[in-house]
Design a protein around this ligand. Structure first.
Ligand SMILES: Cc1cc2nc3c(=O)[nH]c(=O)nc-3n(C[C@H](O)[C@H](O)[C@H](O)COP(=O)(O)O)c2cc1C
Length: 159
């Protein structure tokens, strides 16, 4: 009984995954393709209890998704083989006690070409130091909290 009460107080672990990839569409198609991805993802992430953020540079993606482990496994299985990108490389996978993007089913607001020089070497080397991975997540958190993003985000409560 005491053990059950103790276990019941442990918050469920949240799995977080950071990956990068190379866009597999032309720059001319970027706006329409990314808009389609973001709209569908926000709806689906709410259903899966997943939150996160997406960065699209000139030619790459960086994304964090976080949530229950089975949701992350299911979502990432389809993300990994999505023909809209290639070179999909997981850089960080960890468990966290509190969500980093809890207010956003998927934080995204427009292209960030100025981050190409940050993300492209990560795609090329297929690895990142833990410090650089967390710095990229910090940039995503900073941008997610910017008013320009906040005005367009869909919270987890929306459908
Ligand atoms: C860069 C990128 C990020 C994506 N992020 C998500 C996401 O966060 N959530 C999601 O449901 N789908 C996301 N998708 C779309 C999925 O890959 C997939 O197309 C969608 O979930 C439908 O999957 P299904 O055809 O297996 O049903 C993303 C696709 C790309 C290219």
């Amino acid at each position: 009984m005491a053990l059950r009460r103790f276990i019941g107080n442990i918050p469920p672990m949240i799995h977080s995954l950071l990956y990068v990839s190379t866009q597999a569409f032309t720059p001319a198609d970027a706006d329409a393709t990314i808009a389609r991805i973001v709209t569908g993802s926000r709806r689906r992430n709410v259903r899966f209890g997943v939150t996160g953020a997406l960065i699209a540079t000139a030619r790459r993606f960086a994304q964090v998704i976080e949530g229950p482990s089975d949701s992350i496994a299911t979502l990432f299985a389809s993300i990994r083989f999505d023909p809209s990108h290639r070179d999909v490389t997981v850089l960080l996978a960890d468990t966290i006690s509190e969500r980093r993007f809890g207010e956003w089913s998927l934080a995204y607001h427009g292209l960030a070409p100025y981050l190409e020089h940050v993300v492209a070497p990560m795609v090329a080397s297929r690895t990142v130091t833990e410090r650089d991975g967390h710095r990229l997540i910090s940039v995503m958190r900073y941008l997610a909290a910017e008013p320009i993003w906040a005005s367009t985000v869909h919270t987890t409560a929306e459908s």
